[in-house]
Design a protein around this ligand. Sequence first.
Ligand SMILES: CC(C)(COP(=O)(O)OP(=O)(O)OC[C@H]1O[C@@H](n2cnc3c(N)ncnc32)[C@H](O)[C@@H]1OP(=O)(O)O)[C@@H](O)C(=O)NCCC(=O)NCCS
Length: 299
Amino acid sequence: MANRLDSAGLTFRQDYFDDPTGWAALVCLLKDIFGIDIGPLQQLGGPDPSSMPFGWFDATGELAANISAFALPFVINGRVVHAAGLQSGAVRPQWRGRGLYRDLTVKALDWCEQQGFEAVILYTDKPSLYEPYGFRSIPLHRYEGAAPAPSTPGAPALPLSPTNADDLALLQSLLKARSPVSTTLSVTTNAAMFLINTQLDPDIRVSFLKDQQAVIAWKIDEAGRFNLLDVVAAQIPTLAAIVGGLEMAPTAVEVFFRPDKLGWAGVPRPLESGTRLMLQGLGDVAPASPAMLSPMADF
Ligand SMILES: CC(C)(COP(=O)(O)OP(=O)(O)OC[C@H]1O[C@@H](n2cnc3c(N)ncnc32)[C@H](O)[C@@H]1OP(=O)(O)O)[C@@H](O)C(=O)NCCC(=O)NCCS
């Protein structure tokens, strides 16, 4: 792999989400490389306003290489960390091996430092790409166990569709005022990721429990278990209130974050996934108990 940067024929740009052609070039890159479509984000309130993309464009306006930084404050062991996230890291195959990704990674990390972020986090299936920059993997755990007896439901749960304007407004107001879903490890706010993640997995259900003023992101997995993915509320309801409110009576439950606010104790299990959560900064801090970030915060 070349150590020098070869960017012949390319132009560097930064901060191009307000330019419709720049945004479209990123949508196209992510479709081509990862097969995911973030285009619908424009109808869901747009990309995170703190986003700062870095990219190399070719002469036709196609994005050859990209990485985006954005503010991603999170809670770890009860402390709010002023952190940035890195996402959408990709180089088109014909432009690989020229140092473009290293160049963008360095630029993005320099920007994070200038902005005063105290930590940077990212997800990757290639940890060795980031270890040279001081990133380390954080082990991730989900929780499983028997379902609690459901509380008596109040008002019936309302299914929400983020593409419906009224539902989107309700979701956005709750996302703005949400409490961290876990004090061990969770994001504080990240409306854009929550909203786009509702569109990327067709099995995800989003339900509003009016009595609790809580939005529940959930699904039923292949084994028929109730999977609790996230809870968006100023006050997190108990798991008994959640399953009761959804009028479900599951036998087994899996919770995809540490359930320290749910009034329920499951057993932690390592998350089987090829993707790692990596953290740069904060010394050797790690979650004090097994934990993971909600899949609705995936970025
Ligand atoms: C991974 C990817 C971004 C590398 O792009 P690239 O332009 O070839 O990377 P560069 O030429 O800038 O090389 C940067 C460094 O990464 C290393 N690298 C490249 N591909 C790698 C891989 N698949 N796994 C681990 N390290 C890799 C290079 O050896 C180089 O190391 P060096 O700085 O010590 O010389 C590109 O192959 C890609 O887009 N892959 C598909 C999407 C993806 O995996 N994105 C990253 C996910 S977080």
